[in-house]
Design a protein around this ligand. Sequence first.
Ligand SMILES: [Fe+2]
Length: 288
Amino acid sequence: MPQQTVQQHTRLGREFLPGCNLMQLTEKQVAQFKQSLWEHGVICVRKQHLTAPQLKEFAIATFGDSTLGRRPKPIDPEIDLDLQSPGVSILGNPKRHSTDIVGKLAWKWHHDKDHLPKTEGMDMNTLYVVMLYGVEIPPEGIDGKLHTTEFLDMVEAYNNLSREHQQQLEQTSMYHLSPITPQPGSDIPMKLHPIVSTHKVTGQKGLYLGSNTSIKVGMEEKPKEAKLFWQELFETVLESTPVYAHVWQPGDIVFWDNSQVMHAGTPYDANQYKRVALRVGVVDNTST
Ligand SMILES: [Fe+2]
């Protein structure tokens, strides 16, 4: 599959306020931060030293009390207490060098949690902003590559399609399924989402493809056709749209507008290196 990967992108990946301490932003800077996120789709803040409760505190102070997964989990005595907080997921292999990696599914291209029910009044996915804080980062990926998270600008992807293709897709929706339970079934709610969405804040149109488990309306009983439709569309996107790769440094926090970009993690040698990343998802954007 043709794929052009870049580390500098015209829109994605802007560093916000170099040298700042995220916990000490002024009200004006918080407003600028949000503006930058909507404008750039992916932004990063570097050299941060936060605990899990602080990361969540920042999410709530910035976007309102709308973080995902507040079900309290029992404290894991094998993991640093500073990394644990309800609503903050720990990704990677935080306990030991092990191939038992939390979040391996993230190595496939996807929008996060696209199968969740939609929020009333929102055209976009329920999970609006994702924050990923790299606490401990492998110094390299595999096969001589850098350790990165890759992003695709789905607004650019839409704009790169022919007008005819855009119009075709604007008529169509897909069912979005959890990647963990990809088979449609009576007890699995399937969320219907238009393939072309209009962003609530910027008004720009973008493609919203979920993951390769998404099923075009009318293909519910034709899984092979549904997969082929998704793959061909995604290949068209990859052929015309450069992939932006964020090269991780410890202390980076990458924020993305989940409705504007797709992302994919990249593998690393988990027998040799540990990776600890904290993830917070914001499920609403009413405080834009
Ligand atoms: Fe993800």
